[in-house]
Design a protein around this ligand. Structure first.
Ligand SMILES: NC(=O)c1ccc[n+]([C@@H]2O[C@H](COP(=O)([O-])OP(=O)(O)OC[C@H]3O[C@@H](n4cnc5c(N)ncnc54)[C@H](OP(=O)(O)O)[C@@H]3O)[C@@H](O)[C@H]2O)c1
Length: 170
């Protein structure tokens, strides 16, 4: 199963200067719970925005066109084009195949727009400053919403947010 997972604000903003525009611990917890034990893929800019910190308990794929790019961690695989990722993923043993989560940024949602079977979209009830928006090239009308859960703001999370899950229309 290949899924997209991201958080956007009320205007579709997803990034600011290489990092997330907000700090919402409960939203990060949702990301962790959803992706734990699976494969997460991110663009080189997102990886470097995290100071190359590798998230534990998951295989990480970093995408770059730079053939010389190296990451000194065996939990990280580096790929140079989406086709190579999809070939690698389809070659996994079906019994042990993990889910592949495309986690951003915007360039990754474009690169894999025709591969998503599910989407995990968090909508944050706020407006932030930033420079990177969720791409319009990913046609949300191809997906049907199957669940929607709202988390209210609380002492640790300044904004309410809603996690929506979508499945591709067949
Ligand atoms: N809100 C969220 O859920 C969320 C999630 C993830 C990221 N973000 C934010 O999004 C922003 C970054 O997004 P972004 O779109 O600018 O960058 P990005 O998708 O993280 O990374 C872009 C890089 O990926 C590589 N790349 C792109 N297309 C490729 C392809 N077809 N084949 C191989 N490599 C490819 C290139 O690396 P090279 O230049 O090395 O060739 C490109 O510069 C950051 O602010 C980040 O915090 C937000």
């Amino acid at each position: 199963m290949i899924a997209g997972i991201w958080a956007e604000d009320a205007q579709g903003l997803i990034g600011s200067n290489g990092i997330l525009p907000w700090f919402l611990p409960s939203e990060l917890q949702h990301f962790k719970q959803t992706t734990m034990g699976q494969v997460i893929l991110m663009g080189r800019k997102t990886f470097e925005g995290m100071h190359k910190r590798v998230l534990p308990g998951r295989t990480t794929i970093v995408m770059t066109r730079d053939e010389t790019y190296k990451v000194a961690d065996e939990a990280v695989l580096v790929f140079h084009n989406p086709e190579a990722v999809l070939n690698w993923y389809q070659g996994q043993e079906p019994e042990s195949a993990k889910d592949l989560y495309i986690t951003g940024g915007a360039e990754m949602f474009i690169a894999f727009k025709d591969s998503f079977e599910q989407l995990y979209r968090t909508i944050i009830a706020g407006e932030f400053e930033g420079d990177t928006y969720f791409p319009k090239a990913l046609e949300m009308t191809n997906f049907k919403e199957v669940s929607s859960v709202t988390h209210p703001a609380d002492e640790k999370n300044d904004y309410a947010f809603t996690v929506k899950r979508y499945e591709i229309k067949r």
